[in-house]
Design a protein around this ligand. Structure first.
Ligand SMILES: [Mg+2]
Length: 344
């Protein structure tokens, strides 16, 4: 099972409708599909959805790394995947999404040879996970319509994007809550608030009895003190996303008592740091959710297998394939909000 080649292909995906989060709107996304080839011809698949906003990566920069990355892992045995992971950890800061894709492709190649799905190689804790679906920033009417559609499709957790305009953010959440009963919310400000705005937002949620599961990344990524202030003033759990990229970031967040939850994304951490973060947070009593960037079918599969395999997550925000046009789930089956990982 020796690694012999690495191939990258760019693929462009359009969003069903422009995806609007605090201070960023996307209408399409170009991802990199990875094929990791073993000496016997077995191919392991992976997908990198780079993020300049979060990781400082661009496709142009990570595409260039192919030859160097291949050199680092060529000849290693996919069964010894921790050795491959260790080599790829060198890319934790420069190309985390690519690190994730190649690490997954290694596991996937191994999984194909032994006819065992990746989630079972990772521990097989769950047979399926349940994903939320996201309402991006929009008008009051759009927001309510999107949320109703998500509820009707069977999702029990709705993720709402806020962080651009405090008053309209509050009005949007309250309008949805008037319309729909029996769901829980993950509210994501994507770094858009100051600590004071975040506390005003939380106060409005609490006074209106909004069932918020996690208030995610209220303040800028580097503002750990701000996160801590919000956490201490919040009746709801506060989570870090943009602040929590590597295991070292999460170690610091835990030490500083800055969060109740961490949002793990393979695109920020790769499989190796994600595994470390799971164990750290379990030990520290910090809750976990898993999220995604703009992955298509293969990329979401990576996270479904990771989440089902480790069984570590209270919330799953693995919906990017539902937000992009013409995506087929590749390594999982989607039934309403349930995602069943399969051998692929
Ligand atoms: Mg987030």
């Amino acid at each position: 099972m020796k690694i012999s080649d690495l191939r990258f292909t760019e693929r462009k995906w359009d969003f069903v409708k422009p995806f609007h989060i605090a201070n960023s709107v996307s209408s399409s996304k170009v991802n990199i599909e990875v094929e990791l080839v073993l000496a016997d011809g077995t191919i392991g698949l992976g997908e990198a959805s780079s993020s300049f906003r979060v990781n400082g990566e661009s496709n142009e920069s990570i595409f260039q790394l192919r030859a160097e990355m291949l050199e680092a892992i060529k000849g290693l045995d996919a069964r010894d995947y921790r050795r491959v992971f260790k080599k790829l950890d060198a890319y934790s800061r420069s190309a985390p999404s690519l690190k994730a894709a190649v690490q997954f492709a290694t596991l996937h190649a191994f999984s194909r040879v032994i006819s065992t799905p990746v989630y079972q190689i990772l521990g097989g804790m769950k047979d399926f996970v349940e994903t939320d679906k996201t309402v991006s920033i929009g008008s009051l009417e759009e927001t309510v319509n999107d949320a109703r559609e998500i509820f009707n499709a069977g999702h029990k957790v709705i993720k709402m994007k806020v962080g651009e305009d405090l008053q309209s953010d509050i009005a949007r959440v309250l309008a949805v809550n008037d319309e729909i009963k029996g769901v829980k919310y993950i509210i994501d400000a994507n770094t858009g608030y100051t600590p004071k705005e975040a506390l005003r937002f939380i106060d409005a949620m609490y006074r209106n009895s909004i069932p918020v599961g996690i208030f995610e990344q209220p303040v800028p990524a580097e503002d750990f003190d701000g996160l801590k202030i919000v956490r201490q003033g919040s009746m709801y759990p506060v989570g870090a996303d943009e602040s929590a990229r590597t295991k070292f970031d999460v170690m610091r967040l835990i030490k500083e008592g800055a969060v109740d939850y961490v949002n793990i994304k393979l695109m920020k951490s790769g499989i190796s740091d994600a595994l470390a973060i799971v164990e750290m947070c379990n030990s520290a009593g910090i809750g976990l959710m898993i999220g995604c960037m703009s992955e298509s079918g293969i990329g979401v599969s990576q996270s479904v297998h990771f989440a089902a395999g480790t069984g570590a997550f209270m919330y799953h925000d693995l919906d990017s394939h539902l937000l992009l046009k013409n995506v087929e789930p590749v390594g999982f089956r989607q039934e309403r909000d349930r995602q069943y990982p399969i051998l692929f």
